[in-house]
Each structure stands twice: as C-alpha cells, then as structure tokens.
Design a protein around this ligand. Structure first.
Ligand code: FES
Length: 196
C-alpha cells in the first residue's frame, strides 16, 4: 500500500488534522466523502486483498439498488474470467464484452452496446477513462443523460489542494477556472459537466 502526501498507516489521523486545520467536518454528519482507496494497484491484491472482483462489486451494488423498469448491465472483461457474472445476471439483463472474445462480444462495452443495438434513457458508467470518454461521446451524440464516476489521485480529499481537478464546461465557483474537484464536487458527474 502506498500513499500520496500521506502515510497510509496514519492517514486517518492526518485527515483529522487537515479537517481541523480547515475547520471542516467537525461532526460526523458533516463528512461528505473520504476516498481512502485512491487507486487500484496490482500489489493491493496480495497486500490488501483488493481484487478486481471487489472493485466491480461497486457497480453491482448500484445495479442492485437502481429501481427502474428495465436494467441493462454491460460489463467489460479481459477474458473468460467474468467475475460476479451470476450476481450481475440477477440484478438485470447482462451483456458481456471481452477483449479476447472468449465470452459475449469481442471488444469493449461500446462494441457490446452496438452489437446488441442497446438503447437507454439513462447511463451510469464507472471504469477507465478511455471507456468513459467513449460512453460520454456516445451518450451526448444520442441525447442520453449519462453519469460518469471519475477517479483521480487525491491528496487532501476535502477540496482544498486542487490535486484532483478535471476540466469542466462551466467555471468553478471555488477556483474561478474551468475545473471540478473530483473529491468534493464528484466523483460522479453528469457527462456534460466535465471534459475528459
Ligand atoms: S484531493 Fe485535494 S482538492 Fe481533491
């Protein structure tokens, strides 16, 4: 486990001190979000038990909680190791894309959307930036409301250091530039709000 501008073994104390310094989050209910898992490192598998499967579980949880008439889940994998497949199938209609073509559509999630002629009123996406970029473009071209979950290396986690900004269409009231702080303003954004 590694840390950026913090010691992973004492980050909780550092968070507390940073909050106190900026007079933020004095009460538990004030806390908006803390991103303790900042990025996925292959070493985390052995060091912390954080696997791709556990990361995918976040998307599964959203799929389970969504209440809508028709749920289409499009999951991208590298190969036939389609972890959480049964759980995804129980949560909605599952379409799989694999890079090696061993299961479902050969290619990425956008290939699966095209191959199955999938249509949607709303899209929620989480994953690597090139994938999010493609989904954002597709959603905007087709007039679909789309929410994307962004990841960035973070330092303070409370919106003070600007280490995690992404480009935004509108000027941010905090910094008066075209930025959004992923830790504070996100991490989920309407696709039309941000440039990625
Ligand atoms: S991590 Fe400091 S502003 Fe987001």
């Amino acid at each position: 486990m590694d840390g950026l501008n913090c010691d992973p073994m004492s980050f909780d104390k550092e968070c507390e001190l940073t909050n106190a310094h900026f007079h933020k989050n004095k009460k538990r209910e004030d806390i908006k979000s803390h991103h303790y898992i900042i990025s996925y490192d292959p070493a985390d598998v052995t060091e912390n038990g954080l696997t791709g499967k556990r990361a995918q579980a976040i998307s599964l949880e959203l799929a389970k909680q969504m209440k809508c008439e028709k749920k289409q889940i499009i999951a991208g994998y590298r190969d036939c190791h389609t972890f959480l497949r049964e759980e995804f199938e129980a949560a909605g209609t599952l379409y799989i894309a694999t890079e090696d073509g061993s299961v479902g559509t050969k290619g990425n999630v956008m290939d699966a959307i095209r191959e199955n002629a999938l249509e949607a009123d709303m899209i929620y996406a989480c994953g690597p930036t090139p994938m999010l970029r493609a989904i954002k473009k597709y959603a905007e071209e087709n007039g679909i409301e789309c929410y994307i979950s962004l990841e960035e290396r973070m330092a303070c986690g409370i919106g003070a250091c600007l280490a995690c900004v992404c480009k935004s269409r509108e000027k941010d009231a905090h910094s008066n530039v075209n930025n959004k702080r992923i830790c504070k303003d996100g991490p989920v954004f309407l696709s039309t709000e941000v440039e990625i």
